[in-house]
Design a protein around this ligand. Structure first.
Ligand code: DX5
Ligand code: ZN
Length: 219
């Protein structure tokens, strides 16, 4: 994977929530490719963040791709709200419910891109029968719910999914989320990832450092 094709998706989970619009503008101007938006429900994951109204209010602050990572269960009743809020990509978890295929159909039927995410313990085989439907695969390299956790080195898993994507013969993002920093970024890029999500590594030192931190992750 050449470095120039690597996309960086700052996770606003690590931003200052009291000035979220300003933070989104800052990462946009600092060179973010996607704005990664972590939606948590206190049920599927042990933390709460925000819902579609917040996403809608952020939409006017950036024209970049809004990459909405739904850590909620059930997913389907809220898909329309996130589409209306301006999501460009909606990613649902394999583990969020029994009808992943239906959820992906629902997302795609709204005219936005559909992503599927796997928790660290979930085998690659869980997505083999939906590969023809997805625009993005998100490999979690921490247990979802919190920023600032240590990277779980699931490099074989990333490589296996890279092979599955290449077999599809059409563009599908391979996104890695959790514990991505300058060191682990190189490992996941080597393994085949092309979209890196990072919260702590980008937001850690305040807005003056965002551009430097984003550039550093590209290698
Ligand atoms: C975790 C979220 C991540 C998180 C990553 O559940 O999905 O997007 O913000 O944070 P860092 O980069 O700090 O591990
Ligand atoms: Zn995320």
């Amino acid at each position: 994977m050449s470095q120039s094709t690597i996309k960086i998706a700052p996770s606003i989970l690590s931003a200052d929530f009291s000035i979220l619009g300003q933070e989104v503008r800052a990462i946009d101007e600092a060179g973010a490719d996607y704005i990664h938006i972590d939606v948590m429900d206190g049920h599927f994951v042990p933390n709460l963040t925000f819902g579609a109204p917040v996403v809608k209010s952020l939409r006017r602050h950036s024209q970049k791709i809004f990459d909405v990572h739904l850590m909620i269960s059930p997913v389907d009743p809220l898909i329309q709200d996130f589409v209306d809020a301006g999501a460009d990509i909606i990613t649902a978890h394999v583990e969020a419910g029994p009808h992943l295929h239906r959820t992906l159909q629902n997302i795609k039927s709204k005219g936005v891109k559909a992503g599927v995410s796997l928790n660290p313990h979930t085998p690659v085989s869980a997505i083999s029968h939906v590969m023809d439907m997805v625009d993005l695969v998100l490999v979690m390299t921490v247990n979802p719910g919190f920023g600032g956790q240590s990277f779980i080195p699931l490099l074989d898993k990333i490589t296996d999914i890279r092979k599955m994507i290449n077999e599809q013969g059409r563009p599908i993002d391979l996104q890695v989320d959790g514990g991505v920093n300058v060191q682990t970024a190189q490992q996941v890029i080597q393994a085949g990832a092309d979209v890196l999500v990072a919260g702590t590594a980008i937001f850690k030192e305040g807005p003056e450092q965002y551009a430097k931190n984003i550039a550093a992750l590209r290698g």
